[in-house]
Design a protein around this ligand. Structure first.
Ligand SMILES: [Fe+2]
Ligand SMILES: [Fe+2]
Length: 230
């Protein structure tokens, strides 16, 4: 299985960022390319689009449930992740469109349980994407060297690391007494911002370029808090 150390990941990200800034140097960039000569890439992009849209839909469902259970800050976290996942999906759809390929069909149903269980599932799914899904996608993409697809997969992969870390932090508070999480987390001041380029999700006002895609802080947008039930 394809495994990349943190050092290798940073090196590859820097190299790919360089190629993106100088597209003429990217031998297999997509600028002006309208051909279905990337069969593996297209398959990966369609799978990635589907996975991101499913995640987006689940996070929206988790948001509604958390609001109903009286956890507006956890709902806000889920809503922020939903925004991030949508950006990943839209990026894949854009590349597929450049290749004149359609996105895959997204199943309608979502599986929403209690907020405690949703946090657990979110953590498991994020870990799955970090450890298996995205490394496998990147391995598949290597052969055709479509830079735009690789760069965006890298963005998503690193963004999922941020998600998993935040979910893990919240779950650490919960321990065996999930009820007490409410007062702890709901007492926090949360202010989520998502980078529109790569989906990077941060919980402070952006003060520097995006740590994932290196675009200026102006690419971040504050995520609106979910509406609470009246
Ligand atoms: Fe994602
Ligand atoms: Fe970014």
């Amino acid at each position: 299985m394809f495994r990349v150390s943190k050092r290798e990941f940073i090196g590859l990200s820097v190299a790919l960022s360089f190629l993106c800034r100088f597209p003429a140097l990217a031998a297999h960039g997509l600028a002006g390319v309208k051909t279905a000569s990337f069969p593996k890439t297209i398959k990966v992009l369609q799978q990635a689009y589907r996975a991101e849209m499913i995640a987006h839909n689940h996070y929206l469902g988790y948001t509604v449930r958390a609001v109903k259970e009286g956890f507006p800050n956890i709902a806000y976290l889920f809503q922020s992740f939903a925004v991030s996942e949508k950006i990943h999906a839209v990026n894949y759809a854009r590349i597929l469109s450049t290749l004149e390929e359609a996105t895959s069909i997204i199943p309608a149903g979502i599986d929403v349980k209690s907020t405690r269980d949703n946090l657990k599932r979110a953590s498991q799914k994020e870990l799955e994407k970090i450890e298996r899904t995205y490394p496998d996608f990147l391995q598949e993409l290597e052969a055709e060297a479509c830079d735009e697809a690789i760069v965006n997969c890298m963005y998503s992969w690193k963004s999922h690391r941020q998600h998993e870390q935040k979910v893990r932090e919240i779950r650490r508070y919960s321990g065996m007494f999930f009820g007490s999480v409410a007062s702890k987390i709901e007492g926090m001041h949360l202010d989520f911002h998502v980078c529109g380029e790569c989906g990077s999700t941060i919980d402070v006002q952006p003060a520097a370029p995006c740590e994932i895609c290196n675009k200026s802080k102006s690419h971040y947008s504050r995520v609106p808090r979910p509406a609470t039930v009246g």
